[in-house]
Design a protein around this ligand. Structure first.
Ligand code: SF4
Length: 289
């Protein structure tokens, strides 16, 4: 009997998605990781996702097939930056996007994903929110709640999503007149302003099934097109820009997963004290979701 479960993020290569037991976004994967019953959990995604799986399900051995697959946005924030922000805004709650290290999660009040950021922030009593590390998602939350949202760091962003421009959208619309535009909230506000729909990748997948549009321009990492095409084969999906490709997600390959399964390594290790702090903030999010 198989003693491992493969969880894969929507942004990994199509052939990696094809060999996974479950493909989803960060929230779906965190919820799924909690339920895994096999001894080993192979995580096809970037470092913080594998770390998160180890935190929510400490009884399992989590294997990250490529430890150098690291999220460029997550590496922009440190626990020290959050502790300094807490001193500047002592009445604020710290809401940390899941794209962050376990050490940053451990000094946070609650975690959120792009799927539940507005819901998580609205669940808090505090009027001031320190939001880390994505300023674009922070702005999206500010627009959709009545909270004062303080992005930390001020210029934190995902370099992939942040690269998408309004001109890219206009170019695709010129090629596909009348197409619908769906974008991720990690894109810049100007791009969000010209979109027909803004949402996480799981929200995009749900929306694609119900929209009457036949052609959809997709403003998120290109790996998502694999899931969209599979789940909505009657629609045409077009990448908003060929540059929307995350090099770190693409570092996870079939060969590396097969080698990791054979070696049963490398196992993700999280400092127990940090894991406990991060788990508290993650569990608080899962209770809201
Ligand atoms: S797409 Fe952006 S946020 Fe996602 S893993 Fe890559 S760098 Fe990080």
């Amino acid at each position: 009997m198989k003693d491992f479960t493969i969880l894969a993020h929507n942004y990994v290569r199509p052939e990696v998605q094809a060999m996974a037991d479950f493909v989803g976004d960060s929230l779906e994967l965190a919820q799924k990781a909690k339920l895994v019953t096999t001894e080993y959990l192979i995580f096809a995604g970037v470092d913080f996702m594998a770390e998160m799986a180890a935190i929510v399900n400490p009884s399992k051995k989590v294997i990250h097939p490529e430890p150098f697959s690291m999220c460029a946005m997550a590496s922009r924030v440190t626990p020290e930056m959050i502790l300094a922000a807490r001193k500047d805004y002592p009445k604020a709650a710290v809401v940390t996007y899941v794209n962050s290290s376990a050490a940053v999660k451990a000094v946070s009040d609650i975690i959120c994903t792009s799927a539940n950021a507005v819901k998580v922030v609205n669940s808090l009593e505090e009027k001031q929110i320190i939001f880390t590390p994505d300023r674009n998602l922070a702005l999206y939350v500010a627009r959709n709640t009545d909270k004062q949202v303080i992005p930390v760091p001020a210029l934190g962003c995902c370099p992939v999503h942040h690269s998408l421009t309004v001109q890219d959208i206009q170019d695709r619309l010129a090629e596909y007149p009348g197409a619908e535009v769906i974008v991720h909230p990690e894109t810049i506000p100007e791009v969000q302003d010209v979109a027909n729909f803004i949402g996480s990748t799981s929200a995009m997948a749900r929306h694609a099934k119900t929209t009457t549009a036949k052609v959809i321009i997709v403003g998120t990492e290109v790996g998502m097109l694999t899931r969209l095409k599979k789940e909505s084969p009657d629609k045409i999906f077009v990448a908003a820009s060929p540059l929307l490709s995350c090099a770190d997600m693409k570092m996870i390959t079939v060969e590396k997963i097969e080698a990791a399964i054979r070696a049963k390594a490398p196992i993700v290790q999280v400092d127990p004290v940090i894991a406990e702090g991060a788990r508290r903030a993650l569990e608080r999010m899962l209770a809201v979701s």
